[in-house]
Design a protein around this ligand. Structure first.
Ligand code: ADP
Length: 164
């Protein structure tokens, strides 16, 4: 049984995240979505709200792919979280070159702590590559249309939090 861990803040979940989740499902039998508590990053959505967004949007993907998708809130080290859920692979999405430097360092340090867990980088479909949760929030704050970046349920939640 191959278990993958896809960690993130998901504040909020975007179509970019969902594209990576779909792709990850072709490679694992169980996908654990690690939802970082990240209280110090001051997330817009509570942990419960972020977990609920991931769970409701992953139901269909799990059904279609036959992969078990579960959420796992975590606050500790990523590599510790991977060990806790018995993951053999950590999945990360790569958007631009700017993501690379940080991810490169993370892999190096994670490998120093546990050499048996690989990190796998996936790229979203071109249509979704530029989507970032941070920008989605900024656009919504300025009253822009974010409907092509997030699932409908998340668009409604953003309207409730940030709508004018
Ligand atoms: P983090 O706080 O770890 O950056 P995010 O929720 O922003 O959490 O992102 C989680 C993961 O999803 C990261 O690996 C990030 O690079 C990836 N990701 C986010 N948006 C996209 C996208 N549009 N295309 C590809 N990967 C993405």
């Amino acid at each position: 049984m191959r278990i993958g861990l896809y960690p993130g803040t998901f504040d909020p979940l975007t179509l970019g995240h969902l594209d990576i989740i779909r792709r990850a499902c072709t490679m694992v039998d169980r996908l654990v979505i690690g939802v970082a508590i990240n209280a110090d990053k001051g997330p817009l959505f509570t942990l419960q709200e972020r977990v609920a967004m991931v769970e409701s949007n992953c139901e269909a993907i799990a059904r279609e792919t036959g992969v078990e998708i579960i959420t796992h809130p975590f606050e500790n080290l990523l590599i510790q979280c991977a060990e806790d859920v018995n993951a053999t692979v950590i999945i990360r999405g790569l958007r631009a070159v700017s993501d690379f430097e940080y991810e490169f360092q993370m892999v190096g340090m994670n490998r120093a702590m546990n050499d048996e867990i690989e990190t796998l980088f996936l790229m979203a479909d071109a249509e979704y590559q530029s989507i970032a949760s941070k920008l989605v929030k900024e656009i919504k704050r300025l009253n822009g249309d974010i409907s092509s970046f997030v699932p409908p349920e998340v668009a409604i939640a953003l309207e409730q939090k940030l709508g004018k």
